[in-house]
Design a protein. Structure first.
Ligand code: NAP
Length: 293
């Protein structure tokens, strides 16, 4: 079996940022302002802090403006709704995100529903999900959109493939199933969407031409679950304790990379695969929001 193609999300995300930066510089040269992304961060969860910091830095890299709104973890749901209403009405803000997860006393769906769909650059609002389902222009959820772009820019044509997705979350697995099943490229797949109640999961995986793991279970996909020649996309990013690292942890994907990679036609690494593509998609959505306004 030849060496697998490494689907290098870091490199492709850098290319996308370069394109966004060039287009932004051109707009600024004719007197326009840059797009502005706002991020709401509730509490100080380490993972959320790090994700938001990456998003803010990515904005600076391409010349977009950003605004970080920090809220205490004790913020009430109605106070957080006021923050969202303020951003909906703020003419300077093109798009914004409310970093998940939120504290348990806050209903994420109530907050999600309050976001103006035209500023919903995470693509989580039902209006955007519904428009995506109908194939209408919309903000696509960043991680599934990033995966599709990663496949597209690596010249992988998915038409006719059997795609098996592990995990049915609203932000990754379910929207990705829709995108891969719809007509077009990437798309035109026959999709099997698996979850914790799926019976015969290994047999489903073994039939996959394209296997996407989005469970949050480090090393879950082993070599005996992968068809030789399959394309494997690892969405998982779990912090696993590692005292030898300055950070005290290491990021682990849902795929046992060392044993699975030799079987694959192509595979994403963790880190450096889907993660950077997610941020690139968020920037793309922010740029779209700016252009629509
Ligand atoms: P989630 O909301 O926790 O959903 C996990 C899904 O996996 C659920 O649908 C669950 O099934 C399913 N599952 C759990 N155990 C399973 C098992 N043994 N067999 C089959 N299915 C199983 O997770 P998420 O938000 O989609 O995130 C998944 C992973 O991706 C996490 O590691 C997360 O950190 C990572 N992630 C990465 C990025 C990125 O940019 N790289 C972005 C988003 C998420 P049920 O529905 O039946 O419970």
């Amino acid at each position: 079996m030849p060496s697998p193609l490494l689907l290098d999300g870091k490199q492709i995300a850098a290319q996308i940022r370069k394109e966004l930066k060039a287009a932004n510089a051109l707009r600024i040269s004719i007197g326009q302002r840059p797009p502005l992304l706002a991020a709401v961060l509730v509490g100080n969860d380490g993972g959320s802090e790090s994700y938001v910091a990456h998003k803010i830095k990515a904005c600076a890299d391409v010349g977009f403006e950003s605004r970080l709104l920090r809220c205490s973890s004790a913020i009430s749901q109605s106070e957080l709704l006021s923050v969202v209403h303020g951003l909906n009405q703020d003419e300077q803000v093109d798009g914004f995100i409310v970093q998940l997860p939120l504290p348990e006393h806050i209903d994420e769906q109530v907050i999600n529903l309050a976001i103006d769909p035209s500023k919903d650059v995470d693509g989580f609002h039902p209006v955007n999900i519904g428009r995506m389902a109908l194939g209408l222009p919309s903000y696509l959820p960043a991680t599934p959109a990033g995966i599709c772009e990663l496949l597209r820019r690596n010249g992988i044509t998915t038409s006719g493939m059997h795609a098996v997705i592990l995990g049915r979350s609203h932000i990754v697995g379910s929207p990705l199933a829709q995108l891969l099943a719809r007509p077009g490229e990437p798309g035109n797949c026959t999709v099997t969407l698996c979850h914790s109640k799926t019976v015969g999961l290994r047999d489903h995986c073994l039939r996959a031409d394209l296997l996407v793991a989005a469970l949050g279970k480090p090393g879950f996909v082993k070599a005996d679950m992968v068809k030789p020649g399959a394309i494997v996309v690892d969405v998982g990013t779990t912090r696993v304790a590692d005292p030898s690292r300055p950070s005290g942890f290491v990021l682990r994907g849902d795929v046992a990379f060392d044993e699975v990679a030799p079987l694959c036609k192509a595979i994403t690494p963790v880190p450096g695969g889907v993660g950077p593509m997610t941020i690139a998609s968020l920037l793309t959505n922010t740029c779209q929001a700016f252009l629509h306004r």
